[in-house]
Design a protein around this ligand. Sequence first.
Ligand code: MG
Ligand code: MG
Length: 264
Amino acid sequence: MIHYKTADDIQVIKEGAQILGQAHGEVAKLVKPGVKTKDLDKVAEEYIKDHGGSPSFKGYNGFPAALCISVNETVVHGFPSQYELKETDVISVDCGVFYKGFHSDSAYTYPLEGVSQEVLDLLDRTYDSLYLGIEQAKHGNRIGDISFAVQSYVEQFGYGVVRELVGHGVGKDLHEDPEVPNYGKRGRGAKIKAGMVFAIEPMINLGTRNVVQENDGWTIRTADRKPSAHFEHTVAVLEDRTEVLTTHKYIEGNYKYKWRNKSR
Ligand code: MG
Ligand code: MG
């Protein structure tokens, strides 16, 4: 069942999403070789709590942290740990904020400065696919229009589109209807209507689309252990436009490596 949001609900989600964006921005300052992923989690959790929110993921079905931190072949749902970043790593940071009764959800994948051009291209194109999906997320379209836009763009480069995990409605619950797959057909799926708020989140693999779950019951990695990229925004559909509620601007402002300008 889809829960439609009022203008007031959307305003609250937007406020929470600002806290989320700034928490991501605090993390961005610290992403460099030698940092422990657990330390990134600590900074995000403190920032969120200091600004009147709570981390959506911590305690969600028993998840132990504020951030999902997924390095290299880990696609999503990695645990923050004592692992120290290396200069050839890519690291996906996924975070959610619960604020005044509503969640927001966004993710960003960072390349460190030693990452190959091939992997930079993967990240850049996954980022682009998120925005191609957002362009289709408009009143009167169908969810399949988003799915098709993402899939058809990234598959031309030979990348694998993860099937097992999808975008989702966002609201009083972190995961609501509808599902927003990153693969599908134009004109299929639920009709997109004003008042819908959902997360679009392409998870794109350099190699095979197949993934496996680690024994911890959470961590999802690529079956061939090649790297994966993940970018996510929470968007609100209005009658005349679609608003991206979450933001990567604090990440892009604070992260020293301006990789988006360099790639391609
Ligand atoms: Mg997320
Ligand atoms: Mg999500």
